[in-house]
Design a protein around this ligand. Structure first.
Ligand SMILES: [Zn+2]
Length: 146
């Protein structure tokens, strides 16, 4: 995993861990097509592994029923199942080149990137996350910099 991506993820997750017990972020991987009009968006969920994990403090990634854990320098520590490294790395590198890497997930799914609650306010739908989560993760919402 590129060190820049790992640093970025740690930055947001550590910031949010002041207000949240188990902060997580999510990103959409390459969509899978079923037939003509049906598309599924597999996702990757990322968190800093907590007290109960034997890999405490490392970055845990869950994607497509598999799991991988990375050190803070980006080196793979361990994995379970067929973790889609290429897809996840490609997705994360692309996402972090955007102005707001957390927007896409909520826009596509209609759920907040961070807490998964359904987004209902236009501003939240536009940003891809709700007001409370924006504050927790130190992001802009409603024209104010939380
Ligand atoms: Zn939320």
């Amino acid at each position: 995993m590129p060190k820049s991506v790992v640093d970025f993820l740690y930055g947001y997750l550590l910031f949010a861990s002041d207000n949240l017990k188990h902060p997580k972020v999510r990103f959409l991987l390459t969509p899978i097509k079923f037939g003509e009009n049906s598309v599924r968006y597999p996702e990757v969920e990322i968190k800093i592994l907590g007290e109960k994990s034997r890999y405490k403090g490392k970055l845990g990634f869950t994607a497509r029923e598999s799991w991988a854990c990375f050190d803070s320098d980006g080196k793979l520590h361990c994995k379970k199942g067929e973790f889609p490294f290429d897809d996840v790395i490609k997705c994360l590198v692309a996402v972090f080149e955007k102005d707001d890497p957390f927007t896409e997930y909520g826009k596509v799914t209609g759920n907040c990137n961070f807490c998964r609650k359904t987004l209902s306010v236009p501003e939240s739908l536009y940003l891809g996350y709700g007001k409370i989560c924006a504050k927790r993760f130190g992001l802009k919402w409603g024209g104010t910099n939380n």
